[in-house]
Design a protein around this ligand. Structure first.
Ligand code: IPE
Ligand code: IPE
Ligand code: MG
Length: 251
């Protein structure tokens, strides 16, 4: 596997996925409304996009709104959707200028008729970007992803274009969101909780997990570098022995 270099001899992950957690607690600590934490979290998104782009990361996938986040108070859901809309209207040009291709993954029908055209336009505007792919997971759940892949497989089998005997891991994998990208090498979760919360459950099977108590609005360039640093010290064995893994990576 080719190693991406970011100007140092540190090993840089090709694909980074992030559960951006802790916005609400950040706001609460300051006696501010939760939405203020989400607003400040946007600044960390910009920092992470810039930092990953500069380091040579090929894909960055951010968990913005889970299938389960609809359970929050309606006013918070509205505020989060409003922020997403704002990003789609105001930040896309900057992404295009920086060669970043934006994609939205998740059950888009559930996001409503006013967001869908904005999402389509943002994806079309940035489609030529080659520096980095930025995936925003919105109304996304890892279980939803596996279910939608399964539905596709069933449809193909019913139409006769797929033999059920050919349904194996590769058939499922190739129908999931992000199938055209390498699986995440590094998973970062801010905010102190150590769980996946229904993020990319299939795709994370062999991802290196990194948990930090830092709340997302405080996650700055230095915090990102600390995550890269931790990643670069890990030995990825994929079931092999340490010696075999060393031989494969030439160490
Ligand atoms: C993460 O921050 C953002 C979203 C889930 C949209 P939270 O809002 O979950 O922040 P905490 O966990 O309450 O601090
Ligand atoms: C996960 O955070 C979802 C996002 C960051 C969008 P949550 O704050 O919703 O996760 P739980 O509920 O604590 O597991
Ligand atoms: Mg949370």
């Amino acid at each position: 596997m080719p190693e991406e270099q970011g100007g140092t001899d540190q090993r840089i992950p090709r694909h980074v996925s992030v559960v951006m957690d802790g916005n609400g607690r950040w706001a609460k600590q300051r006696h501010l409304p939760r939405v203020e934490g989400h607003r400040r979290g946007l600044e960390s998104v910009r920092t992470a996009v810039r930092g990953c782009g500069e380091a040579g990361v090929e894909a960055l996938t951010l968990f913005a709104f889970s299938s389960e986040n609809w359970r929050r108070p309606a006013s918070e859901v509205r505020a989060l959707m409003g922020l997403f809309r704002w990003v789609l209207e105001r930040e896309v040009e900057a992404l295009r200028e920086n060669g970043i291709r934006l994609r939205v993954i998740g059950d888009r029908q559930g996001l409503g008729d006013n967001l869908i055209p904005l999402i389509e336009r943002a994806e079309a505007t940035t489609a030529e970007g080659t520096r980095m792919t930025l995936n925003i997971a919105a109304n996304y759940g890892g279980r939803w992803d596996i279910a939608q892949a399964t539905q596709q497989l069933a449809r193909e089998a019913a139409e006769g274009s797929l033999d059920p005997a050919d349904i194996g891991e590769e058939a499922i994998r190739s129908r999931l969101a992000l199938a055209d990208l390498p699986e995440p090498d590094l998973f970062i979760r801010t905010g102190g909780e150590q769980r996946i919360s229904n993020f990319l459950v299939w795709q994370l099977a062999y991802t290196e997990l990194y948990f930090t108590p830092t709340l997302w609005p405080d996650f700055d360039e230095e915090a990102l570098q600390a995550a890269f640093e931790s990643f670069s010290k890990r030995q990825r064995r994929f079931g092999r022995t340490g010696e075999q893994a060393n031989a494969l990576t030439g160490h």
